[in-house]
Ligand binder design. Structure first.
Ligand code: COA
Length: 317
């Protein structure tokens, strides 16, 4: 029986426990030995973190980026964590260009002697802008990279596996505002909703052929490559806040901590592994439940324009 007069129990909220250290793996060593993993946007940030976890488990990895400058340093980092002598290669490609996509897959096959077994659609474009200020070209650019580019890459991956009769696994990096809407990010939120929907459609279309398709959503996982826009957004919403380990960011998460990029990498390596073969059409959110925070009474509304430090809307060019 509980005695209400008994000694007080320690109930201090401590948040979700810290993850295992960098370099740890949940899957057996060599899980991806002999596999090729293609990661778009794998030269920087979370894409690079995901690529690293596949490399650590023995995969060959090809990273794809729009900018050649990102590739060489990333390849060196991947080679450092790679186990079992996995080969690390890179290709420059703007995934908006449907005519370039087959070339990337050809290059991957030529360099690694096999078609990619896993495709991670991580490349995306984003910047905050109130919808009324967004130019048609700004909308088109983000939808083109985030949704159309993901479709072009996934389509090519699927076609090659269907033609060869081989299984494969696709992971598309999404965003929780695919469900909730994303004030200030109408283009990206709509594109990510499209990506989530595409995952659900293709998982059914291609399941019979052994191709898994899943989505993966990161929460706040600070890293050195965060764009100026994201840094400015964090700064505005938690003044004085910096990057990783900043207590001001930590207390704003139900986990009482931000995420580590490797936590996204571990989720990706699980989703594409033999241990997750029956998971398809699912979008997994790795954000410590931050996106579920809801209340009937929330902080006072601040318009998107105010959040972005913009004055009143004025019609004009
Ligand atoms: N606010 C408002 N509009 C913006 C903008 C911003 N911060 N950044 C770009 N745009 C608009 C441009 O003005 C242009 O529209 P316009 O022709 O009507 O003026 C349109 O978007 C295309 O921009 P542009 O820079 O010409 O396209 P791009 O293809 O060279 O690059 C991005 C587009 C989105 C990739 C580029 O802005 C970028 O590098 N962003 C940061 C990187 C990023 O998005 N990382 C992913 C994080 S998830």
């Amino acid at each position: 029986m509980t005695d209400s007069t008994g000694p007080a129990r320690a109930t201090t909220p401590r948040g979700l426990p810290a993850p295992p250290p960098a370099g740890a793996t949940a899957l057996p060593p060599g899980t991806y030995r002999g596999s090729l993993v293609l990661v778009t946007g794998g030269g920087t940030g979370l894409g690079k973190a995901v690529a690293a976890e596949f490399a650590r488990l023995g995969a060959d990895v090809m990273i794809v980026s729009r900018r050649a400058a990102h590739l060489e340093p990333a390849l060196e980092e991947l080679a450092r964590v790679s186990r079992d002598g996995g080969a690390m290669t890179a290709a420059v490609c703007d995934i908006r260009d449907p005519d370039r996509i087959a070339e990337v897959f050809d290059a991957a096959e030529a360099a690694h002697g096999r078609a990619p077994d896993v495709l991670v659609n991580n490349a995306a474009a984003n910047f905050p802008v109130p919808a009324e200020d967004m130019s048609p070209n700004a909308w088109r650019t983000v939808v083109d990279i985030t949704l159309n580019g993901t479709f072009y890459m996934t389509r090519e991956f699927g076609r090659r596996h269907l033609a060869a009769g081989t299984p494969g696994s696709v992971i598309a990096v999404g965003a929780s505002y695919a469900w909730t809407g994303g004030p200030g990010f109408a283009h990206s939120a709509a594109a990510k909703a499209g990506v989530k929907n595409l995952v659900e459609t293709l998982a059914v279309e291609w399941g019979p052929y052994g191709i898994q398709v899943n989505g993966l959503v990161p929460g706040l996982m600070p890293h050195e490559d965060m764009t100026g826009d994201i840094r400015a957004n964090l700064e505005r919403n938690s003044p004085g806040g910096g990057l990783g380990g900043d207590p001001d960011h930590d207390v704003r998460q139900p986990a009482l901590r931000v995420g580590a990029p490797r936590e996204l990498g571990w989720a990706a390596t699980f989703l594409a592994s033999p241990y997750a073969r029956f998971i398809s059409g699912h979008t997994l959110v790795v954000d410590g439940a931050n996106w579920q925070r809801r209340g009937l009474v929330s902080p006072p509304v601040v318009t998107v324009r105010e959040q972005m430090g913009r004055g009143p809307f004025r019609e004009g060019p």
